[in-house]
Design a protein around this ligand. Sequence first.
Ligand code: C2E
Ligand code: CA
Ligand code: CA
Length: 563
Amino acid sequence: MVRKVDVDIEKRLILVVDDEYINREIMREILKDTYDIIFAENGKEAIDKIYEYKDTLSLVLLDLIMPVMKGFEVLKHFNESKKLKRKIPFIVITSDHKSEVESLDLGAVDFIPKPFPEANVISARIKRTIELFEDRETIKSTERDALTKLYAPEYFYRYATNLDKNLSIDMDALIIDIHHFHILNIRFGTEVGDEVLSSFSKKIKETIHKYNGIVSRRGADVFMAYLPHTDEYKEILSEIENIDVEEVKGRITVKIGVYPNVDKSIDIRRRYDRAKIACDTLRNKVVTSSVAYFNKDLYDKELFEEQLIDDFEKALEEKQFKVYFQPKFNVQGDKPVISSAEALLRWIHPTLGFISPGIFIPVFEKNGLIQRMDHYVWDETAKKIKEIKDKYGLSFPISVNVSRVNMFDNDLVNDFESIVKENGIKNEELLLEITESSYTENSEQIIDTVNDLRNHGFKIEMDDFGSGYSSLNMISILPIDVLKIDMALVRNAFSAEGNTRILELIMDIKKSLNVIAVAEGVETLEQVEALKKIGCDVIQGYYFSRPLNEKDFEEFLKKELNL
Ligand code: C2E
Ligand code: CA
Ligand code: CA
């Protein structure tokens, strides 16, 4: 059963401020069919109400002469407010024509004289003022998405907040996502892609409206809905996945993330983050359309991630982050020779203990902290290179990982230049590992940045090579010095049913590109010998050494090189 909700969420909200009961009642009569109305009886009350409803208020009708606080004071207050200045339109109600200019100066946009003109004159002025104001806002953030005609997120959040104010029932926040939409786009072309999106959004809208909800387009192929709590997501799924585009009929898989019975005390955006987290749990699993719920486990995970973020600053200050070094060996000579190392970060947390980078790095990648973290690692690594140089007269290159997020930083090249300069080392001694997936995400910009880095003398290693699926067709135009083979390929090649054919193919590629090949995750002598035989230059892995702390690494180096 679909429950009926009476509140019309499209109704605009108006605050009527007047000290006289009869005037308030007149306005109520004129406006009640078209608008939701709230009232205040003096300036002080008006200010409180405006703050309370600031996100949803479309207009304030303000009497000038009132006890306690006059209308002018209210205008003055908001004229001086940084956040709310000219955010909400005021129409002044006045019998005193001289105050018009002064009100205008203070930001009022129109007048209604007292005694009141005819009702339709008042309605028309109010309607026009709201429209003009919303047009202005619309220019700032388009209300509706051009392709799907759904609400843009900012408007959607406003309506959803509005809905909460008017309804005291449980609500669900939904993220709706077409699985692998980009593949449809590549396979059938963007025209069909657009058609799919239009048709899909129409289906979502029809379906969610039946459940008295509202819908928005969040981004490319991701939609949001806000609706009274329901258990009928199976039905909802089967309705919306069934879209009418010939080419893709029966091929669309839909994922829905539900944050059920939302906590209305948390910010509306955050509620959708939770729905998104639920939806993301389906990322690698779905074969048919599916629904996932934000539950206790995900909540705990969210709390844990929040703690990591909260603790970041202090960890950096107190040097809880430790840079470890894992040796890399050149195997092409008679005997393997240590030739370099990779800097890998560990977090020794005072209460949580050892935290692996596989856990905290994705968290920091989501919110930009990764940039500061990486800079810290780069700087510590540069110091280490310099220390080795000073102590042993040795130029020993070490590689650092460059997170995908950093590749969009316009200062990246300058930052590396200063790190290298400040620490007195050479550009070619700080090797940069950039993961393959960075290249496929926004290839042109990444290629420009990488070219820039190489022109400055930095050496680029493509990390996790072979883990993605689109780099093979671009490999010949990518600017790189080293191919670092994805660990999973090495693992597969040496598993029970595996063979080294893929690795041999990669060796062919590296020869034709004239670059160096590094294999990582190498754990046995047998693997070392096989890799050496097919032409792999450098090997990193537990066979030679685990990542070592600063002290142990130095001991290791001394022993290997007889220093
Ligand atoms: P990655 O860059 O592919 O690093 C290689 C990972 O494989 C490291 O895990 C390393 O300890 C592990 N490993 C090395 N040899 C073997 C082996 O023989 N067998 C097995 N099973 N594993 C081996 P770790 O240190 O846990 O790092 C995981 C990932 O976290 C790294 O993958 C990298 O993407 C990221 N990461 C680590 N440190 C940093 C950093 O300072 N900055 C950034 N941006 N990412 C980092
Ligand atoms: Ca790496
Ligand atoms: Ca890697």
